[in-house]
Ligand binder design. Structure first.
Ligand code: GBH
Length: 454
């Protein structure tokens, strides 16, 4: 597995962290074990028609039982850091009140196993598996959920605080709000743009309240992960609309303590913003130590009369989302490594002073396992291109500290079920056998060299 995708050799800064990422509902399985309560993704995935093939996370990669082998496999692959998420419904089955110690036990075992193999754990406190009991009381449209989230964060820190350096609060609140409450393609499957904006605010408030709890408890490094994308197009108004709803509605409150005025105006059709209370933005804008960036592809927009609104972008009537003839992944997403350079340099320019880490980047391709091998040269080329793009951003001044590839292994790809494979490691769901793909062996070399071979 020595093939490289071409280009000059290059080396990353000393101390640059290479790793992989996963999320609880996508890999753990054991949905009904050791006192775990139901989450919105259990409910959603069991609702006919919501997930391709009717797949659920009931078994997934069975990581809950196989975590020790999975950690050993990561160590074999030279992985330096592992980003995983904690399932809130394992810790508080009802979303509040009594703590389930067996849930905490699992993550303590996982973290100890990682440390035992010299792998740095990076915790995500919320990667979309909201306890169903909280959704039944309004979910993220309710202010109460933000308060419960901060309590949950404190509970987790109470058990793991002495062995975790880096905490991130939320994964991709854009997906939770606009896909979950606006477009209904993710759990909880609501289709109300007004609810999506309320969810945005309460997710951000939950982030801010959790940051305060983590700080008070002495957490060393605290941040949030956002899915961000450069938006381009010839019409500035269309670009501002989509950039506002995709990027600035999260970046500005977290890093500047304010909602962008144009986004507030654009959303007035759907909400009067009465859920924003005095003092909330001070809480949300409290300093963070690191910004997690998830990058998959850029977005290009164009004005087109009579174009109906894209349900994931409220108010986007007249704006068409266009794609060129560039390569697409199995998700249909454009392969555009340059977008990553553009995104990172924009963050360094518009939001200076916050160190960055890529908490997710990767791709699904139609992998074939044959004779114990997956020759996924397209994934190698994808990663090679994106690593080069990240390096270019560092050269241009972006303070990028690390790179976590999505994903360690094939897993439950949300509404796409198990049909889409993002892993560096192939999973045979019948046998639960793991097979490192060629990309995993190539990545091991990248990590060993801290860079790319010519
Ligand atoms: C992440 O979300 C999640 O954090 C992770 O759990 C998930 O498994 C992984 O990515 C892969 O999906 O249609 O070309 O406009 C990804 C968020 C938002 C990225 C929508 C792609 C649309 C690209 N995605 N975006 S396009």
């Amino acid at each position: 597995a020595e093939e490289t995708a071409g280009g000059a050799g290059l080396t990353f800064p000393q101390g640059f962290v290479w790793g992989t990422a996963t999320a609880s509902y996508q890999i753990e399985g054991a949905a009904n074990e050791d006192g775990r309560g139901p989450s919105i993704w259990d409910t959603f995935s069991r609702t006919p028609g919501k997930v391709v093939g009717g797949h659920t996370g009931d078994v997934a990669c069975d990581h809950y039982h196989r975590y020790a082998d999975d950690v050993a496999m990561m160590a074999d692959l030279g992985i330096q850091a592992y980003r995983f998420s904690i399932a809130w419904p394992r810790i508080q089955p009802d979303g509040s009140g009594p703590v389930n110690p067996r849930g905490l036990d699992f993550y303590e075992r996982l973290v100890d196993e990682l440390h035992g193999h010299g792998i740095t754990p990076i915790v995500t406190l919320y990667h979309w598996d909201l306890p169903q009991a909280l959704e039944d009381r309004g979910g993220w449209t309710s202010r109460e959920t933000a308060e419960r989230f901060a309590e949950y964060a404190a509970v987790v820190h109470g058990r793991l605080g002495d062995r975790i350096e880096t905490w991130t609060t939320l994964n991709e609140p854009w997906c939770s709000s606009f896909l979950g409450y606006g477009a209904g393609v993710h759990a909880p499957g609501r289709t109300d743009p007004g609810a999506a904006f309320a969810a945005v605010h309460h997710l951000l408030l939950g982030h801010g309240l959790a940051v305060a709890e983590l700080r008070a408890a002495g957490a060393r490094q605290v941040g949030i992960t956002l899915n961000l994308a450069p938006i381009s197009g010839s019409d500035p108004e269309a670009v501002a609309h989509v950039d506002g709803l995709q990027n600035r509605i999260f970046l500005d409150p977290v890093l500047r303590g304010e909602y962008p005025a144009d986004v507030v105006e654009r959303a007035r059709r759907f909400t009067d913003w009465s859920f924003v209370r005095d003092g909330d933005l001070d809480i949300i804008g409290a300093p963070i130590d690191i910004l997690g960036v998830n990058y998959y592809s850029p977005t290009t927009v164009r004005l087109r009369a009579c174009q109906p609104a894209n349900p994931v972008h409220p108010g986007s009537e007249g704006i068409a989302f266009v794609q060129g003839d560039e390569e697409k992944t199995a998700m249909g997403w454009s392969v555009k490594p340059d977008g990553l350079t553009e995104l990172l340099t924009r963050l360094a320019r518009d939001y200076p002073g916050t160190p960055l880490i890529i908490t997710e980047n990767g791709a699904a391709f139609d992998d074939v396992l044959a004779d114990g091998r997956v020759a996924d040269e397209r994934r190698i080329a994808f990663l090679d291109g994106h690593f080069r793009a990240a390096h270019a951003a560092i050269e241009a001044g972006a303070d990028l500290r690390g790179y976590l590839v999505w994903s360690l292994m094939d897993n439950f790809e949300w509404a796409e079920g198990y049909a889409k494979r993002f892993g560096l490691v192939h999973v045979d769901y019948a046998s639960q056998r793991r097979t490192p793909k060629d990309s995993a062996l190539w990545y091991r070399e990248v990590i060993r060299r801290n860079g790319l071979q010519a």
